[in-house]
Design a binder for this molecule. Sequence first.
Ligand SMILES: Cc1cc2nc3c(=O)[nH]c(=O)nc-3n(C[C@H](O)[C@H](O)[C@H](O)COP(=O)(O)O)c2cc1C
Length: 228
Amino acid sequence: MPIVTTGRGDPGTSVVAELKRAGIVVVPVVPSVEHALRVQEEGADAVVASGCEAGGHVGTVSTLPLVPQVVDAVDVPVVAAGGIGDGRGFLAALALGACGVQLGTRLICSLESEAPPGYKERVLEAAETDTLVTEVLTGKTVRTLATPGLREYETARAGGADAAHLAELKRRFRTSMRSGRREEYPAVAGQISGLVRQILPVREILDGILADAAALAQQLASAAGNAG
Ligand SMILES: Cc1cc2nc3c(=O)[nH]c(=O)nc-3n(C[C@H](O)[C@H](O)[C@H](O)COP(=O)(O)O)c2cc1C
């Protein structure tokens, strides 16, 4: 069965309806309740509610508040994305009402991932504070691992630098990006990078998440039983 998921913000009003007319299952990524309601109205079969801690294109609301509000607003199944990297995150997403999760950052550090040389190492070395959101890469807000050039650009932009200075910083960033130095490479990844410390096969990552979530659910259930 063909399935299309749309990302990178708003696909525009005709895309979901057109895909549905072609008999395709459509699962758009949404950053807000408003967007979720609109794609549901257009015929989306499910939605991926993606919080702004995710790697890649992001909105402004984080996963913890976004997922339950989307779950309450729509009738279609909701998949949670953004900041989920282990069994705790998976179980938390289910507790928020999601029917499943979408992982990005954790899977960069899988054996199967074809990330360019140095990319996986950047994620393995990153702390949770090492990302930023920038429009420099694609013209839309993207969360990526910071580089010195991107930090300089975003600090200047936040400080109200004029267009000419920003254009110069952007040019310098693009030059440094091509230097081949690992720390200058804007590896797109989310805030959960700080939790990722091992490159493993995808099967092992997913089995580990499911096993840890099941064990944790049992612990929580017995703690609740003891409290009762
Ligand atoms: C390197 C990278 C590339 C991505 N590319 C896309 C993309 O092309 N389209 C899209 O809809 N989402 C894209 N995403 C977002 C993921 O599909 C996923 O929703 C997100 O990474 C989940 O959050 P997490 O990174 O915290 O796991 C990308 C994410 C990463 C890390």
